[in-house]
Design a binder for this molecule. Structure first.
Ligand SMILES: N=c1c2ncn([C@@H]3O[C@H](COP(=O)(O)OP(=O)(O)OP(=O)(O)O)[C@@H](O)[C@H]3O)c2ncn1[C@@H]1O[C@H](COP(=O)(O)O)[C@@H](O)[C@H]1O
Length: 163
């Protein structure tokens, strides 16, 4: 009696569960697939970001290691031995060369000039005692804040002085 009742119950329950479970589980599968795709995108984004940070971090370490070494063997050592004024001047020159390529629309040359600017910026940081981590922290602090909103929130005197 008990057995029969339970079999009946199972028999009744099975088609109900199947008819309702199939669309539900496919919706669930779709949601999981969407979530997985999103997580993949976020991870890929994070990975490419950290790759960019790593190449600059490595360059900083190399340039810093050149400080005080033989200027005839290392361009960074030579630049660093020439002092802040020369380092700043070189950075300015590279920045101007970079903007010239941007204005001329020469994308391929702009890539090389951008690399020069980053290299000379790193020499500038080494000379000034600024670490990449300090700059990354400042960029992280700004993440998610619109430049327009940030400018609007500045005290009025600063805005009027800068024009
Ligand atoms: N990214 C760079 C990099 N970009 C440009 N440059 C050098 O910068 C110099 C630019 O030449 P310029 O004639 O414009 O400048 P300059 O020789 O200072 O001439 P003046 O303006 O003084 O007359 C060239 O010698 C380039 O090779 C670089 N030198 C080095 N690096 C990196 O720094 C690392 C360490 O290099 P060293 O310090 O040379 O060992 C290298 O492995 C690279 O990763």
């Amino acid at each position: 009696m008990t057995k029969k009742a339970s079999t009946k119950a199972t028999a009744k329950a099975t088609p109900k569960t199947q008819s309702k479970a199939t669309p539900k589980s496919s919706v669930k599968k779709e949601a999981v697939a969407k979530k997985t795709e999103k997580v993949k995108e976020v991870l890929e984004d994070k990975l490419s970001q950290s790759a960019d940070e790593t190449v600059l971090d490595r360059l900083y370490t190399v340039v810093q290691s050149r400080k005080g070494t033989d200027p005839s063997l290392s361009h960074s050592a030579r630049l660093l031995s020439r002092g802040t004024y020369k380092i700043a001047q070189k950075f300015g020159e590279e920045a101007v060369e970079c903007l010239i390529e941007a204005v001329a629309g020469r994308k391929d040359l702009l890539v090389g000039e951008s690399a020069d600017v980053l290299y000379h910026l790193i020499v500038l940081w080494v000379d000034a005692g600024v670490t990449p981590e300090e700059v990354w922290a400042e960029l992280r602090r700004r993440e998610g804040t619109s430049g327009i909103a940030e400018k609007a929130s500045r005290p009025k005197e600063i805005l009027s002085k800068k024009g």
